[in-house]
Design a protein. Structure first.
Length: 444
C-alpha cells in the first residue's frame, strides 16, 4: 500500500498523470463557474442540463454508427450532448415563460423526461451490432479512470476557455447575479450575459460527463461554491476558494481511485468535495456552524453585561446616595438565575466595570464601569425616544422593542439618532427614562 501511495503521489504512471491533470482542470473551472450559478440561483440548471444531455449522446452514437463511422468518438458524443443539453435548457425556458409552471417544476419535468428518453435510446444502442461495445452507460456514472491524453487535453482546453470567459466578464456576471434589474437599467445586455453564463455552464457540464457522469456532475458546480460561501462574503475570494476546493477535491478523489481501482472515480471525487463541504460547514470563518455558535454565545454574554451595567446605572440614578447594589436586587431586576448572574458578574469584574464586596454580596460601578454604563443607558434611551416619537411605539412596549435592536446599533446610527433628537435633548444630555414618572432630564 505504501509503495502504491508513493507511485500515485509521485505521478510515476502515465495514466495517473492524465487522470489527475484532467480532473484538476475540471474541478478548477467548475468551482469558478459554480460561484455564479449559485449566486444566480441557477444551481440545479446544471443537473437538468446533464440529464438532458443523455439523449444527445445516444442519438449521436446511433447516427454515426448508422453512417458507418466510429460512434464512440468522444468529440461526436460530446457534440450530441451539447445540442441535446441546449434543447433541454430551451425547453425549461419555454415552459417557464409560456405557462404558469414554476422553475423547479419545469426543471423536474425536463430532467425526468429527457433522462427517460436517454435510457430508452441507450437500450436501443445496446441492441445494435456494435452496441454492446459502446460503453455509453459510462456517461451516467463517469469514467475518469479510463481517460486518455486527448480527453484530458479536451477537458483542460474547455475549462481554460470557461475560466477566461468568467474572468473577462467578471464585472458583468457579478452585476447580473446581484442585481439584474440594475444591470438592465445601466444598459448592460442582460439577456446576452445570461446566455453567456448558461453557455459556460453547458460547457462545464458536458465535459464533466467524462469525469463524474451526468448523475454527479452537478456536485462539481454546487459543492465547491457552497463550501467557499462559508469562508467569505467577497465574490473574488469566493471564486478563488471555490476553484481551490474543486481542484483539490478532484485531485484527491482521482488519486484515491487510482490507489483503490474498485472504487469509482466520479463517486470518490464527489465524496472528497463533500468532505470539504462538511469541514467548511463546521469551521468556516464567516458562516461556519461553530463560529456562528461562538459569535451568538459571545453576543449573548455581551448583552447580559450591558443589561447589568444599565441596571446598576439606573439603580444608582434613582438613589444617588446609595453606595452599592445587593445580589437580591439584581436577581429581581432581570430574573436571572443565580448561576447566570454569577457568571455575568465575574466577567464584568474581570473587565474592570464593577467592584464587589464578596462578604456582603454587594456591587458597585467603577469609574470605567460608570462611564460605560452611562454610554449604554444613553444609547438605549435614545433608541426608546426614537421609537416612541418617530415610530409610534407605545411607551409600555418600547423597552422590549429597544432591547431587540440596540445591541447591534452601529456608531453611525447612534450619531444619527443624537443628531435627530439633539433639539429635544440638548448636547450630551442624558435622555429621560420613558418609564419613569418624572419628565425632567438628568444633566451630563
Amino acid at each position: 500500500m505504501t509503495e502504491q501511495l508513493w507511485r500515485v503521489i509521485s505521478l510515476q504512471d502515465h495514466n495517473t498523470r492524465v487522470v489527475i491533470f484532467g480532473a484538476a482542470m475540471l474541478g478548477l473551472a467548475a468551482g469558478l463557474v459554480g460561484c455564479f450559478t449559485l449566486l444566480r440561483r441557477r444551481a440545479l440548471v446544471g443537473d437538468a442540463l446533464a440529464h438532458a444531455a443523455l439523449p444527445g449522446i445516444a442519438i449521436a452514437f446511433l447516427w454515426v454508427t448508422a453512417m458507418g463511422s466510429d460512434g464512440r468518438s468522444l468529440p461526436v458524443l460530446l457534440a450530441g450532448a451539447t445540442v441535446s443539453g441546449m434543447f433541454g435548457i430551451a425547453s425549461i425556458l419555454i415552459i417557464r415563460r409560456g405557462t404558469r409552471i414554476k422553475e423547479d417544476a419545469a426543471l423536474g419535468i425536463v430532467l425526468s423526461v429527457f433522462f427517460g428518453l436517454g435510457l430508452e435510446l441507450l437500450g436501443i444502442a445496446q441492441q445494435m451490432k456494435n452496441g454492446n461495445k459502446a460503453g455509453l452507460e459510462s456517461f451516467i456514472y463517469g469514467k475518469t479512470a479510463s481517460m486518455v491524453a486527448s480527453d484530458a487535453w479536451l477537458i483542460a482546453i474547455a475549462s481554460l476557455i470557461c475560466v477566461v470567459i468568467c474572468v473577462g466578464l467578471f464585472k458583468e456576471f457579478k452585476l447580473l447575479c446581484f442585481d439584474e434589474a440594475f444591470a438592465g437599467s445601466r444598459g448592460y445586455p442582460v439577456v446576452l450575459l445570461d446566455a453567456a453564463l448558461m453557455s459556460v455552464v453547458v460547457v462545464i457540464t458536458i465535459i464533466g460527463l467524462q469525469a463524474v457522469g451526468l448523475v454527479l456532475v452537478i456536485a462539481l458546480l454546487v459543492i465547491p461554491a457552497a463550501s467557499a460561501r462559508f469562508w467569505t462574503d467577497r465574490l473574488v475570494w469566493m471564486m478563488v476558494l471555490s476553484s481551490a476546493i474543486g481542484m483539490v477535491g478532484c485531485l484527491v478523489g482521482a488519486a484515491a481511485s487510482a490507489m483503490l481501482p474498485r472504487l469509482p472515480s466520479g463517486a470518490m471525487i464527489v465524496l472528497t468535495t463533500g468532505v470539504g463541504f462538511l469541514i467548511s460547514f463546521f469551521v468556516g470563518a464567516r458562516r461556519g456552524l461553530l463560529i456562528r455558535m461562538w459569535r451568538r454565545r459571545s453576543l449573548n454574554a455581551s448583552i447580559d453585561r450591558q443589561h447589568l451595567l444599565r441596571e446598576l446605572y439606573e439603580l444608582f440614578e434613582t438613589d444617588p446616595s446609595r453606595l452599592s447594589v445587593s445580589w437580591e436586587e439584581l436577581v429581581q431586576a432581570r430574573s436571572w438565575s443565580n448561576k447566570r448572574l454569577r457568571k455575568i458578574l465575574e466577567q464584568a469584574s474581570s473587565d474592570g466595570w464593577i467592584s464587589e464586596n464578596i462578604t456582603k454580596m454587594e456591587f458597585a460601578l467603577t469609574k470605567r464601569g460608570e462611564s460605560e454604563a452611562r454610554r449604554l443607558t444613553r444609547r438605549h434611551r435614545l433608541w426608546e425616544l426614537y421609537l416612541i416619537h418617530h415610530a409610534d411605539i407605545a411607551p409600555q412596549r418600547v423597552d422590549r422593542d429597544a432591547d431587540a435592536i440596540e445591541h447591534v446599533l452601529e456608531p453611525e446610527t447612534v450619531a444619527e439618532l443624537e443628531s435627530l433628537l439633539n433639539a429635544e435633548l440638548g448636547e450630551r444630555r442624558m435622555p429621560t427614562d420613558p418609564h419613569a414618572s418624572s419628565t425632567e432630564g438628568v444633566e451630563a
